[in-house]
Design a protein around this ligand. Structure first.
Ligand SMILES: [Mg+2]
Length: 383
């Protein structure tokens, strides 16, 4: 059995600010953007402010109404990036197998760290104390046997929680939760599940695999296994050999309509697919990045058959978008990455003849576009 931790920083941006202004610790304080611009919302609130009901994504006006003495600090993302790097440096002392999930959280595989540092719980206590004492930062840690359960565990007690959650505990601790709480389920999926009468994670765990695949495609597999606490995904340490190609785009204005997001994805996937085709590479992991107007960024990925076709990468990106889209959360940046790049070997593919034709077509489009400037020929889905 593996030993996996998920370290999630509590109220990260405002706790970073408290490092350089200790007086913020004793008063309600929040990081908030300029009220005149789109970022006029609360990006992070400390626990003093939360006592008054101040929450992330609330407008500054709403927050001040609830808490008139709220101290507002302008965001300084370069500083948060710096703090984030320091946090991960500390975590690397315990294991090289670290997967950074966002600016304020990472998974750690500590299976082979126990001889040096003690049990997973000992390691978690040690990390939490050191982050607090050495850096003035708080975190919650989930301890489990896989990434999914570690993430779910980390959510259970905040701030400064350390929670164990193993497969043997899920009937009691996971199954009573609404499906919306399952990591990786967005608003759209949870509404769809609710409309089928599937309200709790336990309800989901009672569904047949065939049924879920019929309703949700490949994503049905995810729902089936996660509801049973099963997750074989390895903690994917950053590997310099693991080449990737990605592009991100900050949008002219925040979007909430998934159709707009798909248009942006079409352009981004076209661009990265062209790049890897030119290098005669193919990739098998597609990931998307979504940054919300709160500056929170999520990264979601799926494995596909090796490809360098725009169409394949675009389709995977759309599946990920659909499963993670939440029209209540305005999006300010979108990205797509193809990784696990290798020399493209289409012979490995079962339907290689069809792929061959598509490959030739896409190569031809690339050539024409190279000759006459980009975008002479656009694919239907972009238009
Ligand atoms: Mg987090």
């Amino acid at each position: 059995m593996r030993d996996i931790l998920l370290v999630d920083m509590n109220a990260f941006f405002i706790m970073c600010e408290s490092r350089r202004d200790r007086t913020l610790l004793e008063k309600p304080a929040a990081v908030a953007g300029d009220p005149k611009y789109r970022s006029g919302i609360i990006l992070a609130a400390n626990y003093e402010a939360r006592k008054f009901g101040v929450k992330v994504t609330m407008t500054v006006n709403e927050a001040v109404k609830l808490c008139p003495n709220l101290v507002l600090v302008k965001p300084d993302h370069n500083y948060y990036e710096k703090c984030s790097k320091q946090v991960f440096e500390l975590l690397y002392e315990y294991t090289p197998i670290l997967e950074i999930n966002s600016i304020d959280e990472a998974w750690m595989d500590v299976t082979n760290s126990k001889k040096l540092f003690g049990s997973p719980i000992d390691i978690a206590i040690n990390i939490q104390n050191r982050l607090k004492d050495e850096m003035g930062l708080w975190c919650s840690i989930g301890v489990s046997e896989n990434k999914f359960l570690a993430k779910m565990a980390s959510e259970i007690k905040k701030p400064l929680g350390i929670t164990q959650l193993y497969k043997s505990d899920i009937e009691e601790n996971l199954w009573p939760m609404p499906v919306r709480n399952l990591y990786g389920i967005g608003k759209a999926t949870s509404e769809k599940l609710n409309s089928y009468g599937i309200k709790t994670i336990g309800d989901l765990a009672g569904c047949e695999l065939n049924y879920l695949v019929k309703k949700f495609g490949k994503y049905g597999l995810y729902l089936y296994y996660r509801s049973k606490g099963v997750d074989d995904d390895p903690v994917a340490a950053v590997d310099s050999k693991n080449l990737s190609c990605g592009r991100m785009e900050t949008l002219a204005h925040d979007i909430t309509d998934i159709r707009d997001a798909k248009k942006v994805m079409a352009i981004l996937t076209e661009s990265i697919a062209r790049t890897i085709r030119a290098k005669q590479l193919g990739g098998s992991v597609v990931s998307i990045q979504i940054k919300y107007n709160t500056f929170k960024m999520i990264n979601r990925q799926m494995r596909i058959e090796q490809t360098n076709l725009t169409k394949d990468i675009y389709n995977a990106a759309c599946v990920l978008l659909e499963n993670n889209w939440d029209e209540d959360k305005p999006v300010r940046l979108l990205g797509v990455t193809i990784s696990s790049l290798n020399n493209n070997d289409m012979q490995l593919s079962l339907d290689s003849e069809v792929k061959d034709k598509e490959q030739k077509l896409e190569n031809t489009i690339d050539k024409i576009n190279d000759k006459y400037g980009q975008d002479i020929i656009k694919r239907g889905n972009i238009l």
